[in-house]
Design a protein around this ligand. Structure first.
Ligand SMILES: [Zn+2]
Length: 82
């Protein structure tokens, strides 16, 4: 005998008012929706690109510095269980 499954939430289709609100929002000029101004943002350093090395277990190419050495084997994070 199967247990009866009772949904905890029900989907309801949007009503007409919600469609009108959505349409009004989509038709507004962008300057009414957003404030555009110059900002100062610090750009992060370029990422260091290292050659890939195959994981000793799954052979997945992995960035050398991301391999984890366990009992002399160099493993990717998945194979290392991380
Ligand atoms: Zn692996």
């Amino acid at each position: 005998m199967q247990d009866k499954v009772t949904p905890t939430a029900r989907y309801s289709a949007p009503d007409a008012d919600e469609f009108v609100e959505a349409r009004e929002l989509l038709e507004k000029p962008l300057d009414k929706l957003f404030t555009v101004k110059p900002v100062r943002v610090s750009v992060p350093e370029k990422a260091v690109i290292e050659p890939s090395v195959a994981c000793d277990q799954c052979r997945e190419p992995t960035m050398r510095s991301r391999l984890i050495e366990i009992n002399g084997r160099h493993l990717c994070r998945d194979c290392a269980g991380l």
